[in-house]
Ligand binder design. Structure first.
Ligand code: 5RP
Length: 229
C-alpha cells in the first residue's frame, strides 16, 4: 500500500466511526486505502458478530481485505442499490475531495456516487481550506501523451505515476495509466472536473465534487463528524 501522512490511530478512529453506521440488511460500498481498510476490518468484526450485510469493493485491494475480513461481496452489477459507501480521500476542502492516491478512483467514483449516503474517512492531515493536491487522472495508455498535453493547456503540470518495485508506470485495476496533475490551488473544482471529464482519453479523474455527505475526521482523541446540510 502507498504511504500517506497522518497517524494510524487517527485513521482507525475514522474508519471505525464509519463502520458503526452500517445497518443490518444493507449494502455497503467498501473504499480503498489505509483509512478505509480500518472500516473494512471493523465491519468484518461486526459480520462475525452476526451483522447481515453485503459489500461492494472499489478495488482489487479492498476486495482482498473484505474477503479476509469475511464480508460477503457482490459486484456493482449484482446489487439494486448501495445504502452507504465508506471511503478515504487524499485531500478534503469543505465537502469536496481529491481521491485516487491508490489509483482506484474510477471504481471508487462509481460506487461512492451510487451510494445513498457517502461517508468520507480521513485523518486531520487531509483537511485543507482549498484543494491543491495533484489530481490523479486515469487515462487510456494510448492517450497518455495527448491527455498530458491537454492538461498543460489547462494550466496543469502532469506527471506519469511511476510504479515502485517495478520498472515503468503504475497500471490501474482497469489496465490504464495515471497522470498526477498539479493545478496549484483549485479554486473552481466543479469547472475543472467538467474540463477533465471532457478530455478524450480520460477514463476518470479524482475530483469528487458534490458527492460526499459526511466527513469523519479521526483525531488522536476522538472523531469529528461534519454533515452536509
Ligand atoms: C485510493 C484513494 C484513497 O481513499 C486515498 O488515497 C486515501 O488513502 P489513505 O486512507 O491510505 O490515506 O482515493 O484511490
Amino acid at each position: 500500500m502507498k504511504t500517506t501522512g497522518g497517524s494510524d490511530e487517527a485513521k482507525r478512529r475514522a474508519g471505525e466511526s464509519a463502520a458503526a453506521l452500517v445497518e443490518p440488511g444493507t449494502t455497503v460500498g467498501l473504499g480503498t486505502g489505509s483509512t478505509a481498510a480500518h472500516a473494512i476490518r471493523r465491519l468484518g468484526e461486526r459480520v462475525a458478530e452476526g451483522l447481515d450485510v453485503v459489500g461492494v469493493p472499489t478495488s482489487f485491494d479492498s476486495r482482498q481485505r473484505a474477503r479476509e475480513a469475511g464480508i460477503p461481496l457482490r459486484t456493482l452489477d449484482d446489487v439494486d442499490r448501495i445504502d452507504l459507501a465508506i471511503d478515504g480521500a487524499d485531500q478534503v476542502a469543505d465537502f469536496e475531495l481529491v481521491k485516487g492516491g491508490g489509483a482506484a478512483h474510477a471504481r471508487e467514483k462509481l460506487v461512492d456516487t451510487a451510494a445513498e449516503r457517502f461517508v468520507v474517512v480521513v485523518d486531520p492531515s487531509k483537511r485543507a481550506d482549498v484543494l491543491s493536491h495533484p489530481v490523479p487522472v486515469e487515462v487510456l495508455p494510448v492517450a497518455h501523451g495527448l491527455v498530458a498535453d491537454a492538461v498543460r493547456d489547462e494550466g496543469g503540470e502532469p506527471s506519469l505515476r511511476r510504479a515502485e518495485r517495478k520498472d515503468g508506470p503504475v497500471v490501474t485495476d482497469n489496465g490504464n495509466l495515471v497522470l498526477d496533475c498539479d493545478f496549484g490551488d483549485i479554486t473552481a473544482p466543479a469547472t475543472l472536473a467538467r474540463t477533465l471529464s471532457g478530455l478524450p482519453g480520460v477514463v476518470e479523474h479524482g475530483l469528487f465534487v458534490g458527492t460526499a455527505d459526511e466527513i469523519h475526521v479521526g483525531t488522536e482523541s476522538g472523531v469529528r463528524v461534519h454533515e452536509r446540510e
